[in-house]
Design a protein around this ligand. Sequence first.
Ligand code: ATP
Ligand code: MG
Length: 424
Amino acid sequence: MHINIPRGTQDILPGTVEKWQYIEGKIKQLCDRYQYSEIRTPIFEHTELFLRSVGDTTDIVTKEMYTFEDRGKRSLTLRPEGTAAVVRSFVENKMHGYASQPIKLFYLGQMFRYERPQAGRFRQFVQFGVEAIGSKDPAIDAEVIALAYSVYQTMGLSKLKVVVNSLGDKESRQAHREALIAHFKPSIGEFCHDCQTRLEKNPMRILDCKKDHEHPLMKSAPSILEYLNEESKAYFEKVQKYLTALNIPFVVDSNLVRGLDYYNHTAFEIMSEAEGFGAITTLCGGGRYNGLTEELGGPEAPGIGFAMSLERLLSALEAEKIELPIEKKVDCYLVSLGEEAKDYTVGLVNELRQAGFSAERDYLDRKVKAQFKAADRLHAKYVAVLGENELQNNKINLKQLETGEQKEIPLTELVSALKDFGSF
Ligand code: ATP
Ligand code: MG
């Protein structure tokens, strides 16, 4: 019987997995520089968590969740995004009481959404995201955007576009909401079913509709920026001022609203403008979510964060034809000749590994030439050759592949000789 991989998922095989490891390593380094600590939350959560936080008019909640009932008849959902769980954990672990504030966290892990699979859209994908909770200093908005931007910059991407907007506070949004309803209501019949539902529930989300985005009423829709009250306006101006101070080029787009319900004030996206990146140009999205901790039963603690998928980051690297500097080498390959020598390498390869070297030997009874080929394929730095003669004399032949330099050394000194060669 032939069983295929589920739609919208992928195997990440050796040869590719090194890219992922490289990116993950860089991300962790950057998070350390920006002082964000890792948090790991469960892969599944109570369904209720996402209904309450992500919002019941969003694509995620209305059609993309992997929801199931467990044997105890609880409704659980494979996490479709990271913010809800991080905020749940913040509240549950009373992090607002921690001495060091604000709480700055990052996560890196699989997310699950029942989507129509296509380039840049998977059903299981890996998101890197951060959340800074406990501050409403616009400097932290700028810091979060800078961190996202620096991930792409560190990888060597240059065709980037940073788009920012403000969704204002409750008061501003209320005024904008009424203007949007008045704008769309007379012609709502020309919009998709989803938009018709959004009109009363959350009219701002009409602006984020993927089906109707070409409708002329979209372009002429009232801009949130005209409805910002003084406080929201001042906040947004500060964020822009700090972005400029951080040398981050950005544009303001008042139609940027983002998919999730919980955003207010700052919203942003980073897009790739690389040719051939495909129809989906968004690499990363984020924003401020003051009020979400209270919604989840916690104290007031304003937050901001973003999420990006590594799949889209990899596509952008491909579109810009960027090769990551990945070096995969084995320190020493043991070539043996004859049964006794072969037996001896069982212990020897182990000795090398215990001493901290990566080491490999033959397991297919290959001829010497084929063993050398195997060493080459693994990009071995050194090959140590052990024949019957060498074994009898307690010697081994050590060869540096790149230079061709070789020397015969006492068998007991292989580890120290490798260390002495200097390049380790
Ligand atoms: P889109 O408009 O592309 O559907 P979204 O608004 O659903 O994005 P978010 O929920 O904000 O996206 O997720 C943040 C980031 O996660 C996206 O910018 C993208 O990098 C990534 N992402 C979202 N959905 C997927 C997916 N199905 N496959 C791969 N990456 C994804
Ligand atoms: Mg989506």
